[in-house]
Design a protein around this ligand. Sequence first.
Ligand code: ZN
Length: 120
Amino acid sequence: MHELGLTREIVAMVAGHAGGRRVRRVVLEVGTLAGVMTDAVAFCFDAVAEGTALEGAVLEIRRVEARGRCRRCGAEFVRETLHSPCACGSFDVEGLTGAELRVLSYEIGAPEAAAEGQGA
Ligand SMILES: [Zn+2]
C-alpha cells in the first residue's frame, strides 16, 4: 500500500527534524491531484507513529485545490482531474497547484498538553 510507505516517510522525516523532541501535531498539505488517499494516510498514521517521537500526535490534513492555467487563452481554473480541459477546449494546461504533498508544519510538545516540567 502506497500510503503506508508514504506515512512512514512523513513520520520519519518529522521525527528527524524534531531531533528527539516529542511532536504533538503535524499539518500535512495534500493537493487533490497528488494521487494520495488522505483517508488511508490518516488511517495508518497512529500505527506508524507508535513508538516514535510522533506517538499520540494529531495529524491534520489540508487539501489543496488543483488549479491550472491554460497555455492557449491564459485562463485559470480548478482542475477536477489531470486531464480536465480549459473552458476554451484546450488541453494544454499548466498545473499551478494540486500536486502538493508536504509537511506544512509541526508542533513540538507532549501530546495532551502535559508538557510542563519537560521543557518543550
Ligand atoms: Zn483556455
